[in-house]
Design a protein around this ligand. Sequence first.
Ligand SMILES: C[S@@+](CC[C@H](N)C(=O)[O-])C[C@H]1O[C@@H](n2cnc3c(N)ncnc32)[C@H](O)[C@@H]1O
Length: 378
Amino acid sequence: MTKASNASTTSASFEAAIEPQRRQRKRPSLRKLVSRADYVWRQGNRLALYTAHSEVMRRMNKRLQKDLPKTPAPVPEGPVPSQRRMLADIASLFASDLKAVEAGLYPPPRDGRMSLRELVSTSRAFFKDVPDVARRRATGSHQEVFETTDGFADALPRYYQQNFHYQSDGWLSEDSARLYDFQVDVLFSGATAAMRRRALVPFAEIVKRKDQRQIAYADLAFGTGGLLRPALDAFPRLSGIGIDLSEPYLNVAMERIPTRRASFINAMAEKLPFADNSMDVLSCVFLFHELPPKIRRQVVSEIARVLKPGGSFLFVDSLQTGDVPDYDGLLSLFPQLFHEPYYASYLKEDLDQMFKNEGMHRGFFAPAFVSRVAAFVK
Ligand SMILES: C[S@@+](CC[C@H](N)C(=O)[O-])C[C@H]1O[C@@H](n2cnc3c(N)ncnc32)[C@H](O)[C@@H]1O
């Protein structure tokens, strides 16, 4: 047999061998199609729901502004992506999310399963709050929390006692805790949960190598459990600790994560209640941009202290300047539109260097719509 015919035989048998796979790839099973349709239906509904809320809020704000002091128009420092570009990026985020579900990294998400009653009451509370937020924005009132709370709040750090995003009660009430996730979803068009879930991709890699029951895991500044809950859903033998400085947020999280595998601690990320070298995995979503630079460094140092050698820190937060240059102008608008006192410093922070200084190096990195997702290893 000549070399050429030998090659063509090999190629024919290779073709025959992969044909069943190819057929499989071409025709997804009925089950897969149903689960895809379900995903698209739920995430599509979320996108529509939160985009509609955002549009109604925009109109309300326009009307409200007539009776409020004028504020300077925000000026972007760099390019701002078009609506079409942002929609395409959300679609690509959802596609990656669905791909991870189909690859078995985590189960189909549970977001989008709010009862009608809960949806109506949260939506009402959201719109009721819009005039208060508009008033704070127009008058620059972002210290109400500091000025009006006393007693229990005295023990909290000063930088924390602010109306971040001009939100009512800052982090310090149950009303704020119940509204928070909805407000963030209006801001990010329903894509928030999918951005958080990107952290489950490097997490799934860790879980593959280790018995879930042996993994000591905590989510820092975990809010109402935005990442802890899907992490516990994804890895059914994993236990996890939610850490947050806000007692009301912790209380709402406890209600939302009614499993024995979750525990909750009211503590500061810069003073973690764990022994040196005791944790396998830590995660943290949307905290770093809200910390003064000095505290940010303390948090990184605490993370490095409590992680075991080889332990991982999973990070999700806003994109930084230069991550996706087309978004740089949009990022520069955030601190102009919302009370985000430490965001501008976050945008320029060299996170890789900060972790390197504490003996940690970055492995995984991926932008996800307006977020950056990274894993740092000790
Ligand atoms: C923007 S929210 C993020 C919540 C959640 N991680 C998420 O995925 O949406 C910020 C959270 O960080 C908490 N927080 C802020 N500073 C903190 C600190 N120094 N230590 C612990 N929690 C803190 C707040 O109470 C709030 O729940």
